[in-house]
Design a protein around this ligand. Structure first.
Ligand code: HEC
Length: 178
């Protein structure tokens, strides 16, 4: 009785291990198939890649640069009109690139163009952005940027009108009207 039981168990183990082997082998092929599907195009493009001679490579980069410049012209990337850099709406200046690079990664340049402040006011705005909005320390760029902002985005003088001069005053005669 005991032996018979043992025999049955062995038969079961054998079938099970064959079953597992079949599963493993199938899994292997499935993974292989997916891998091939995934990598087919990179493998093909690597195998069939065009190998450029150094001369062709130089030409390739030259053409790429020409294409880039043409595209920039199309996009009006660097166009300046009446002293205004059209793409950003900021005043054109030697330090404009620095300002664009430092100040337009988080918000539109329009936010700068529509504000006016003294140098101190601009410094305070930058400080506020550093303390609350994660603006990094500007290091050596800060005085240059502040000069730029204070030069082009300073408050305009809007004092009161001039005093009136040479006025012919007249006496208002209320009795007639009543
Ligand atoms: C790390 C991101 C970040 C950078 C970089 C950054 N700012 Fe700001 N700035 C902000 C945020 C956020 C606001 C608030 C925007 C809003 O209110 O919609 C803001 C607001 C402003 C405002 C409006 C302030 C107000 O009182 O309305 C001005 C002006 C401004 N930034 C100028 C600048 C200048 C100049 C620089 C470059 C020195 C700069 N920003 C760089 C995040 C940044």
């Amino acid at each position: 009785m005991r032996n018979k039981h043992k025999y049955k168990k062995k038969a079961f183990d054998d079938t099970w291990s064959i079953f597992l082997k079949v599963i493993y082998i199938s899994l292997f092929f499935i993974v292989l198939g997916f891998g091939y599907l995934l990598l087919e195009s990179p493998i093909n493009s690597y195998v069939n890649r065009k190998v450029l001679t150094p001369a062709e490579l130089v030409l390739f980069h030259k053409n790429a640069e020409i294409r880039r410049n043409l595209q920039r012209k199309d996009d009006d990337w660097d166009r300046i009109e009446n002293g205004i850099h059209v793409r950003t709406g900021l005043y054109a200046d030697d330090n404009l690139d620095l300002v664009i690079g430092t100040c337009t990664s988080c918000h539109s340049s329009k936010l700068i163009a529509q504000n006016k402040a003294t140098r101190v006011g601009w410094k305070n705005m930058i400080k506020w952005m550093q303390e609350t909005q994660g603006l990094a320390d500007l290091g050596k760029s800060e005085p240059i940027i502040l000069d730029y902002l204070a030069k082009y985005y300073a408050p305009k003088d809007t004092g009161r009108r001039k005093n009136l001069e040479k006025i012919k005053w007249y006496v208002l005669d209320l009795s007639k009207e009543m």
